[in-house]
Design a protein around this ligand. Structure first.
Ligand code: SAM
Length: 207
């Protein structure tokens, strides 16, 4: 039950009631391969094929909380993966633009997000998200769900003044830092390192 998962995440320190409600309302089992569905509500990443994972629920909730969404934002997500994080974001923001580089994963996520769940505020693209989505920029929030060795400059350029980006950064295969980058209204950037995380690498030109 996603409600149990939400309560577990609250006990682990997630505080934003809207994030906890979204976790309770989005069935994670929809996004997990059929043979792993019994583990869907455990706080673990799970394989989704092509060497990729559906992220650990705590990390999904923590990154979402760190985006500080009020409901009016346009959000860019790089790394749709299973689409689980996308579905959570769609409940908390005005519009979500999500890019996935592995075509089969992108197709599967499209079927669930636009077909099964019928989310009307989600736009999906198959391709290299390291270059962002220039035609739809600027974005109030950007989230990257794969680790780059440094913050991709194209994404910083597509962040709106007053915007916030959350992404894992680091070279090591098994350890990175989750970083928040804020663009001030004067266009200057400030970074804060949050927690250690472990993500698959960002591929494509920025990877
Ligand atoms: N939040 C997602 C979830 O819960 O399913 C996490 C997905 S996984 C940790 C990261 C995803 O980023 C993978 O599906 C991978 O293919 C994708 N990815 C890696 N590099 C990418 C790039 N340059 N552009 C778009 N997607 C990329």
């Amino acid at each position: 039950m996603s409600a149990d998962l939400s309560r577990a995440l609250e006990a682990m320190g997630i505080r934003d009631p809207a994030v906890l409600r979204a976790v309770a309302e989005v069935p994670r089992e929809l996004f997990v391969p059929p043979h792993l569905r019994r583990s869907a509500d455990a706080d673990h990443p799970l394989p989704i094929g092509f060497g990729q994972t559906i992220s650990q629920p705590f990390v999904v909730a923590y990154m979402t909380e760190q985006l500080r969404l009020a409901g009016r934002e346009r959000v860019l997500e790089v790394g749709t993966g299973s689409g689980y994080q996308t579905a959570i974001l769609a409940r908390l923001a005005a519009e979500v633009f999500s890019i996935e580089i592995v075509p089969t994963l992108a197709d599967r996520a499209r079927e669930i997000l636009l077909g099964t769940l019928g989310l009307g505020n989600v736009r999906l693209r198959t391709g290299d998200g390291g270059a962002g989505w220039p035609e739809a920029a600027p974005f109030d929030r950007i989230i990257v769900t794969a680790a780059a060795s440094e913050v991709p400059p194209a994404l910083v350029a597509q962040l709106a003044p007053g915007g916030r980006m959350v992404l894992p950064v680091g070279e090591a295969p098994d350890w990175q830092v989750l970083r928040a980058v804020e663009k001030g209204n004067d266009g200057a950037n400030a970074s804060t390192d949050l927690i250690p995380v472990r993500f698959v690498p960002l591929t494509g030109d920025a990877g």
